[in-house]
Design a binder for this molecule. Structure first.
Ligand code: 3HC
Length: 282
C-alpha cells in the first residue's frame, strides 16, 4: 500500500510534533484530539515551530504551507481514509487500549496502527486488536521536529513488513530509525530514565545543587541538556511513570523511583508544561 495519508491521534507535544514533521515531509496529515483546546494549542505550536524553521531556511515555503494545511479532527470519523495511524495520546494504558480497539474497528483492514508510547508494551497494545501483526511502535523524541531518532518497536506479533513500512516512513520524515524488540522502556527509556532518576537521588541526597548536577553532565559528558533540565522537558510524570514500569516489570531495586521525583509529581511540579519542575518557566 502506498502511504499518503497519516492520521495522528493526540495533539499534545508529541502528537503535534509528529503531525508537523509528517506534513513537511510530504504526507497529507490529519491531527485528532478530543479536547478542542488541545487541538488549538497543537495547531498554534506547529505554526510557531514552522515559522521559526522557515525563517532559518530549514524548510521551504511549500513545506510551511503543508504544515499549516494539517486537517484537524475532533473524533475518529475520518480515520477510514488513513493509510497509517500514529497514536500519540496521553500515556495511560487503559486509554491507549481503548483507543486501539476503536482504531481497529474504524481503520481500513491492512492499515498499520503505530503507537508513540514511551513505555507501554507493544505486544499488549497489539493484543487489544484483531490485527496484532500490524501494531508497531514509532517512538519519537521531544522536540520531534529536531530530534533525529525514531525508535521502531517490534512487538511479539509484529510482522516484518509492518516494521519495514514504518522504517521507510521514518526515513521519509528525515529520521534515523533504529529497530528494537518490545521490552520495558525499550532501549531509549531503559537507559535514559534511570540516569535521570539517579540525578534526582543525587539532588535529594544533597550531593550537589540542581544547577551543578546539570553542569556536570553537560560539560563532562557533552549532553546538550543536564538530566534535571531534560526531566523538565520530558515531564516529571512521564519519567516517574517509566520508572514505575521498569521497576514493576524488571523487578529490580535499581529501578526504584526517587522519592523526591514522586513528591514533585504529587505537588504538580511536572516540568515545563506546568511552569515549574526542577526549574521555573514563564
Ligand atoms: N521547532 C522549531 N524550532 C525549535 C523547536 C521546535 N519544536 N524546539 C526548539 N527549537 C529551536 C529553538 O527555538 C532554538 O532556536 P533559536 O536558536 O532561534 O533560539 C533552536 O531550536 C535551538 O534551541 P536552543 O537554543 O534552546 O538549544 P539547543 O541548541 O540546546 O537545542 C535541543 C535544543 C535540540 C532541545 C537540545 O537541547 C537537545 O537536543 N536536548 C536534548 C533533548 C532530548 O534529549 N530529547 C529526548 C527526550 S526523551 C523523549 O522524548 C522520549 C520520551 O519517551 C521520554
Amino acid at each position: 500500500m502506498t502511504i499518503e495519508k497519516i492520521f495522528v491521534v493526540g495533539a499534545g507535544t508529541m502528537g503535534n510534533g509528529i503531525a508537523q514533521t509528517a506534513a513537511v515531509s510530504g504526507y497529507q496529515v490529519t491531527m485528532m484530539d478530543v479536547i478542542p483546546e488541545a487541538l488549538e494549542k497543537g495547531q498554534a505550536t506547529i505554526a510557531k515551530s514552522v515559522s521559526k524553521l522557515l525563517e532559518k531556511e530549514r524548510i521551504t515555503a511549500e513545506q510551511h504551507a503543508a504544515a499549516m494545511n494539517i486537517q484537524a479532527a475532533s473524533d475518529l470519523s475520518s480515520v477510514a481514509a488513513a493509510d497509517i495511524v500514529i497514536e500519540a495520546a496521553t500515556e495511560n494504558p487503559q486509554l491507549k487500549f481503548k483507543i486501539f480497539q476503536e482504531l481497529d474497528e474504524q481503520a481500513r483492514p491492512g492499515v498499520i496502527l503505530a503507537s508513540n508510547t514511551s513505555s507501554i508494551s507493544l505486544t499488549k497494545l497489539a493484543a487489544a486488536t484483531q490485527r496484532p501483526e500490524l501494531v508497531v511502535g514509532m517512538h519519537f523524541f521531544n522536540p520531534v521536529p529536531l530530534m533525529k531518532l525514531l525508535e521502531v518497536v517490534r512487538g511479539l506479533a509484529t510482522d516484518e513488513t509492518a516494521v519495514k513500512t514504518v522504517v521507510a516512513i521514518g526515513e521519509t520524515m528525515g529520521k534515523v530509525p533504529v529497530v528494537v524488540n518490545d521490552s520495558p522502556g525499550f532501549v531509549s527509556n531503559r537507559i535514559l530514565c534511570p540516569m535521570i532518576n539517579e540525578a534526582v537521588f543525587t539532588l535529594q541526597e544533597g550531593i550537589a545543587s540542581k544547577e551543578d548536577i546539570d553542569t556536570v553532565m553537560k560539560l563532562g559528558m557533552a549532553h546538550p541538556m543536564g538530566p534535571l533540565t531534560l526531566a523538565d522537558l520530558i515531564g516529571l510524570d512521564v519519567v516517574l511513570y517509566v520508572m514505575e514500569v521498569l521497576h514493576e516489570n524488571l523487578g529490580e531495586d535499581k529501578y526504584r523511583p526517587a522519592p523526591l521525583l514522586r513528591r514533585m509529581v504529587d505537588a504538580g511540579y511536572l516540568g515545563r508544561k506546568a511552569g515549574k519542575g526542577f526549574y521555573e518557566y514563564d
